[in-house]
Design a protein around this ligand. Structure first.
Ligand code: SF4
Length: 163
């Protein structure tokens, strides 16, 4: 089992759905299932979010919203598609306005199947997301450390303070 070094913030967005998975996600955040014991914090602000939990399919009206939410999240980030609607479009996939699952517009890292997805499966997806987020964060921090010198060199060259 991995060790949680930082509490990732989770943003939940419901696309085009029956709200069944949406309710299961909310159940996970209540004390009954208590997903917060894995160190996550729920937020409504994409600019503070590390993990996007998306339920429901993508339609022509929410496609740009989902893209914008994803783009507003800082790097590194992880996306979890919860329920078959978010995975593939599910039972709505043949509807005239449905484009498909979340991966039609953003990269999805973890797919949680089910209609509705069970809280246990959602929590499993969250735990995988926390693990993946931590690995990406470590990689990102190493990259930033490695390139901190490059940045300073470029800055010194610009200001003429180079040795
Ligand atoms: S997967 Fe099933 S329960 Fe979940 S939003 Fe779609 S239709 Fe509703």
């Amino acid at each position: 089992m991995f060790q949680i070094k930082r509490s990732p913030w989770v943003l939940h967005y419901d696309g085009s759905s029956c709200n069944g998975c949406d309710i299961e996600v909310l159940a996970c955040l209540t004390p009954v299932y208590d997903a917060e014991r894995f160190g996550i914090i729920n937020t409504g602000d994409p600019m503070q979010a590390d993990i996007l939990l998306i339920t429901g399919g993508i339609n022509s009206q929410n496609a740009d919203v989902v893209k914008q939410l994803y783009d507003q999240m800082p790097r590194p980030k992880v996306v979890v598609a919860v329920g078959v609607c978010a995975c593939t479009g599910g039972i709505f996939k043949d509807c005239y306005n449905i484009l498909g699952g979340a991966d039609k517009v953003i990269p999805v890292d973890i797919y949680v199947p089910g209609c509705a997805a069970r809280p246990q499966a959602i929590i499993d997806g969250i735990v995988q997301a926390v693990d993946l987020f931590q690995r990406r964060l470590e990689k990102h921090n190493d990259y930033m450390k490695e390139h901190a010198h490059d940045k300073n060199d470029a800055k010194n060259k610009k200001t003429g303070t180079e040795d």
